[in-house]
Design a protein around this ligand. Structure first.
Ligand SMILES: [Zn+2]
Length: 444
């Protein structure tokens, strides 16, 4: 056996076996320890050692003179004789185990602070209980059922390869990994930990300290875990399968609905108080067979971003459908106003609705459309709006106040306040505004 100097062949009292530290940046990688021996004196060649290594290492090397009478060989360093013995091997094994355990205890985040952080999360109470159960090993996964002495098929029901533990199901299963990848939540540098759920929880809980553009990602992860759990149960008990993308979309939708509902609840309570104080105007339904399309925008000057929304209701106040869109590069309020009117009218025309009352906080623009002579400086805008409305059989333009435009305003604000950039059109009202629209309907 030939010992090259790049091998771990010197015994550092602190670090253990390692390669000696070389003095020079450039060195001969094929240099063998043999070349550093003065064969005449059967000692290390002191000059050669000093040329190659740092002084401290020269000293360590010099402690053991080379054996030149035979080939290089291994020495058991844990007892004096250099020959392996059961006793010394046992000592080594148990001391390594203890030091590993000590390292785990020191490095692993402790469970109680993690549980406390889970309770402090801004998320749905049912999710907090769920996360707490996970940390307390109180979810009925195969590994834990088996540990309680019941006979079960212990393989992960999704991938079928590994024993089903909570950590495997949530982080390590290929299925879970695909969902995390879709989520846009950055993975830990070396991926999620393969066995420690505490390390993984700790990572997710620390995410709030990271600075990324999209705040909603930070509150998404409990919903992802929750949806993975629901999906696993659906597969296990009903045999229903969902793709990773479906799982991710469901988690995102649930998170969005929950967090928007929190905002609305707050605004709604406040609005309720103000209504009692000022006796504000209420939403008024359109006449007869007409539909009313309320629309609103929320413009963020700093980001040149506009959230826009419309809500279409019939004479009984029932929401037929609604739409939301994010517009970028909107540099002035006037531009925002015109843009939201044109987009709303275009939406109604393309869906072939007739007899539509467009209701917006648009005193100037609608004033100009209704009486162009009185608003000569708005003739350009009037022309744009009228040409967009061509094709809708009957239209009316109604100026309303802020109090009469709550629903559309909430939806528009969800773009700017919560970075909901996805544009869409959907039937009925958003679920998170059920309460709001129901109360407006009751007020008719
Ligand atoms: Zn699996």
């Amino acid at each position: 056996m030939r010992t090259y100097v790049s091998y771990k062949w010197i015994d550092d009292p602190i670090e253990g076996l390692r390669a000696p530290w070389r003095k020079n940046y450039y060195f001969n990688v094929n240099l063998s320890a043999d070349a550093l021996i003065d064969h005449a004196s059967r000692r290390w060649n002191y000059g050669a050692l000093n040329d190659n290594f740092v002084p401290g290492d020269v000293e360590i090397i010099n402690r053991n003179q080379p054996v030149v009478s035979r080939e290089d060989f291994f020495v058991w360093k844990y007892n004096k004789s250099g020959l392996i013995s059961v006793k010394s091997a046992y000592w080594l094994a148990s001391s390594l185990k203890t030091s590993n355990r000590l390292r785990d205890v020191i490095c692993l985040p402790s469970i109680n602070p993690i549980k406390e952080k889970v309770w402090a999360l801004h998320t749905s109470p049912k999710l907090k209980v769920f996360l707490w159960k996970m940390l307390s090993e109180a979810l009925p996964v195969a590994e834990l059922i088996k540990a309680r002495g019941l006979k079960v098929d212990d393989l992960c029901q999704i991938c079928g390869f590994v024993e089903e533990s909570i950590n495997h199901l949530m982080f390590d299963c290929t299925y879970a990994r695909q969902i995390w990848a879709l989520s846009g939540i950055p993975n830990p540098e070396n991926g999620f930990h393969q066995s420690s759920i505490y390390v993984n929880f700790n990572y997710l809980l620390e995410l709030k300290k990271l600075r990324w553009g999209f705040t909603d990602l930070r509150s998404l992860w409990p919903w992802i875990m929750w949806t993975i759990w629901k999906t696993r149960n659906a597969l296990l008990f009903e045999g229903t399968r969902f793709s990773p993308l479906e799982v991710f979309n469901k988690a995102k939708q649930d998170e969005e609905e929950w967090s928007l509902a929190q905002v609305v609840d707050k605004d709604f309570q406040q609005a309720g108080i103000e209504i009692r104080v000022k006796n504000k105007k209420k939403w008024v339904s359109p006449p007869g067979e007409w539909l009313m399309c309320n629309f609103a925008f929320d413009w963020c000057k700093v980001r040149s971003l506009m959230g826009a929304a419309w809500v279409l209701r019939n004479g009984r106040g029932v929401v037929v459908c609604h739409g939301r869109r994010a517009f970028s590069a909107i540099t002035s309020k006037d531009q925002a106003k015109l843009q939201v009117v044109l987009w709303t009218v275009e939406s109604m025309r393309s869906m072939r609705f007739d007899k539509v009352v467009f209701a917006g906080e648009m005193e100037d623009l609608f004033g100009a459309v209704n009486r162009p002579q009185a608003w000569p400086s708005f003739l350009f805008q009037v022309g744009e709006i009228e040409s967009e409305a061509r094709g809708i059989e009957d239209v009316r333009w109604q100026v309303i106040t802020k109090d009469q435009n709550g629903g559309a305003t909430f939806i528009a604000q969800s773009v700017t306040n919560q970075n909901r950039m996805q544009s869409y059109v959907a039937r009925s009202h958003p679920i998170w505004l059920s309460g709001f629209f129901a109360s407006e309907r009751c007020g008719l």
